[in-house]
Design a protein around this ligand. Structure first.
Ligand code: GLA
Length: 689
């Protein structure tokens, strides 16, 4: 994060997307009054206002935006001013029909929703940079301007386009990557297979719909290209804005928990002055609080410190099959959990619920029902909570555990023609993350090549693809005394997606002290019994492989099936450290027991002794104080050991804090050594929330 270009607001930011252009001006005064009542400090404006700002090419109407920004400033509310480039107007597409995207089946999409443009379209780029420049210059000195909101959720609806302009851009990207050497590309892609050898760059096209399985490396390079192509749009807009306003920070909102996961955010994050994220619950996730935490840790890790939650919802969204409203207190718990994971600001989509348009059934801060509503009460309360937590701003989370997260590994493992099509990178990460969340163990996410020296334990639940440097970094971490745990089907291919021969798990074989000669993925309804140093009734699903020990010891083995007696979990002394291999997918209790043992042996301590079920515990550390965040997702509440001042109530805490049922407590710690050493905690029974 740039130190020079930062958000200059006191305390924690609070707000949401504000779309006053959807309402008559009479409503705006009420918006201002209610924003002040709720404690709103910043709003994102203009995100989808291109059609109003530029009614015809090169013709601008800033009258409405001028008034909105003036009004915000008069009311002491900062503007996170957007470039409206996520939604080009209809006139643009009539003039440039070639800028509409083409899907992999060759179907050209129509305008009429949003973000329906080809990322490689020169006409789009010209138009986007033009409007961004106009906005940048016009509002450079506006006193409300605090931050640039570039575009909106890059790639949300147009992560890839298969048109001819995209094909040409893909070829340019490939020429640069392979330094103009077509033979190098042919070797990297393995095009001797199925007669795919290319003799001319112009023969290369995007991985469009074809008869049989496409080439894996072709698809992987395509994903890398698509991410870079959108990133180049971001940096181009950012640079236009920087020229106009060198001191104003620019962000764009990531969306790390959406399933499309089109972008390699490790490459994006360093380009942002402030990293921000959007997070939405999935109605079908019974423990969505774990997803909130996982995504928060991931975003904090990418930001290298505090970040902003740019969007979440007060209640239901409108884009899932059934859109669940939040449970009592859930919105507050979500928001405070994001703060606990390092967010220095909390915002929603959106301020006022829309009457018309595609998102008329999406919740908001000010619902259709108006202020006589639970949501409004909760919004006002959250504003007060964030004010009470102002001093946590700038503090961050220190972790002993690193999770390896790599988009290349994810993309590659989820390509077609794998041993099993059931493997999902995020499921495997979530499997391993959940027991650490339950135990209250702080976690960072890292790239395979991150300096691992600050950590005691490195977990790589799913690392199908790994380049040589990443593999060396991870294995030498164990060799030098660290503890490394690796999940099944890892180390299998190099960064060109070529299999590492000589036995699986390729790159990690020697460090793990095992050698696998054949994979035995399990069918969806198949389960295997495990025996050894695992709980009674331990089982595993999804994956098995014929592991032979070369230097490792077996921790668990299969009881049944064709691999009966074969090791399923192993532990190896590697250098002065330890390397574990989980060669299957254990049931949750077994995995929790294994992870507890691994972290124990690695000397990793939880934030707060043993936690009751459903209590989230995180510590943010600042220069002057530490802040212990406790959130009850169980509905039972708890008495938990702490010393200091509980900031949400302002009450002193001497030895124990009451965590109300479904509520939260944030303790500014004065005796950290005592609370960190505290033992088992006790449920508090009915809470007093
Ligand atoms: C995304 C977008 C918003 C809105 C919300 C709805 O996060 O950025 O404009 O569409 O989804 O959940």
């Amino acid at each position: 994060m740039s130190t020079e270009r930062r958000l200059r607001l006191p305390g924690l930011a609070y707000g949401g997307d504000y779309n006053p252009e959807q309402w008559p001006e009479e409503v705006w005064a009420e918006d201002m009054r209610l924003m002040r009542e709720a404690g709103v400090t910043i709003v994102s404006v203009g995100i989808f206002s291109w059609a109003l700002l530029e009614p015809a090419e090169g013709v601008y109407d800033f009258s409405r935006m001028d008034k909105i920004l003036d009004l915000l400033h008069e009311n002491g509310i900062a503007a996170d001013l957007a470039t409206p480039t996520a939604s080009p107007p209809a006139w643009f597409f009539r003039a440039h029909p070639e800028a509409l995207p083409v899907d992999r089946d060759g179907r050209r999409l129509s305008y009429g929703s949003r973000q329906t443009f080809c990322p490689s379209s020169p006409a789009y780029r010209t138009a986007a940079l033009r409007i961004a420049g106009e906005i940048g210059r016009r509002y450079a000195d506006h006193p409300a301007l605090a931050m640039w909101h570039v575009h909106n959720e890059y790639g949300c609806h147009n992560a890839e386009c298969h048109c001819d302009e995209s094909a040409a851009a893909f070829r340019r990207w490939l020429r640069a990557k392979y330094a103009g050497d077509l033979d190098a590309l042919n070797h990297a892609w393995g095009t001797t297979f199925w007669s795919q050898w290319y003799y001319d760059w112009d023969e290369i096209i995007p991985p469009r719909a074809t008869g049989a399985a496409p080439n894996p490396t072709h698809q992987l390079d395509w994903r890398r290209f698509c991410s870079d192509e959108l990133l180049s749009l971001f940096t181009a807009e950012r640079d236009v804005l920087r020229r106009a306003t060198p001191g104003i920070p620019a962000t764009t909102n990531f969306m790390v928990n959406f399933s499309i996961e089109a972008l390699d955010y490790w490459r994006w994050a360093p380009e942002l002055d402030i990293v921000s994220n959007d997070h939405y619950l999935r109605s079908t996730d019974p423990e969505s609080e774990i997803d909130v935490a996982l995504c928060g840790d991931l975003v904090r890790s990418m930001a290298g410190g505090p970040w902003l939650l740019m969007e979440h919802s007060t209640g239901a969204v409108n884009w899932q099959p059934v859109n669940r409203a939040k449970r009592p207190g859930e919105m507050r718990r979500n928001a405070l959990a994001h703060v606990a994971r390092g967010a220095d600001g909390i915002a929603f989509f959106q301020w006022r619920a829309a009457k018309a348009g595609a998102e008329q059934w999406h919740s908001s801060m000010l619902p259709h029902a108006g202020t006589d509503s639970q949501i409004w009460q909760d919004v006002v309360r959250l504003g007060a909570d964030l004010e009470a937590l102002a001093e946590v701003r700038g503090s961050t989370v220190a972790a002993d555990v690193a999770f390896v997260w790599d988009w290349n590994a994810r993309w590659a493992m989820e390509l077609p023609s794998q041993p099993s099509s059931a493997l999902r990178f995020t499921d495997l990460v979530r499997d391993w993350y959940s027991p650490l969340w339950r135990a209250g163990v702080a976690v960072d996410f890292v790239r395979p090549d991150t300096d691992l020296s600050p950590y005691r334990l490195v977990l790589a639940p799913s690392l199908y693809l790994i380049d040589d440097a990443g593999a060396a970094n991870l294995t030498s971490f164990a060799e030098r005394g660290g503890t490394l745990a690796v999940g099944f089907h890892s180390g299998a291919v190099d960064d060109n997606c070529h299999v590492r021969t000589g036995g699986y798990p390729g790159a990690f074989r020697d460090a793990l002290g095992v050698r696998t000669d054949e994979l035995f993925p399990l069918l969806p309804d198949e389960t295997r019994q495990l025996t050894g140093q695992v709980p009674q009734d331990a089982t595993a699903t999804q994956w098995s492989e014929r592991v032979r020990l070369t230097s490792a010891e077996a921790i668990a083995s299969y009881v049944d099936g064709s691999l009966a007696g074969v090791p399923a979990v192993t532990r190896n002394a590697h250098g002065t450290g330890t390397a574990w291999y989980l060669a299957t997918r254990p049931d949750p209790d077994t995995l929790a027991a294994l992870i507890a043992r691994i972290r124990d042996e690695a000397g990793v301590r939880p934030v707060l002794g043993t936690l009751p079920d459903g209590i989230e515990a995180v510590r943010r550390s600042g220069t002057d104080a530490d802040y212990l965040f406790l959130i009850d997702h169980s509905g039972a509440g708890a008495d938990l050991p702490a010393h200091g001042v509980e900031l949400l109530t302002g009450k002193p805490v001497h030895g124990s804090v009451v965590l109300p049922a479904g509520g939260a407590a944030v303790v500014r710690e004065t005796h950290r050594s005592q609370s960190a050493q505290a033992g088992t905690t006790t449920p508090a029974g009915s809470g007093n929330r």
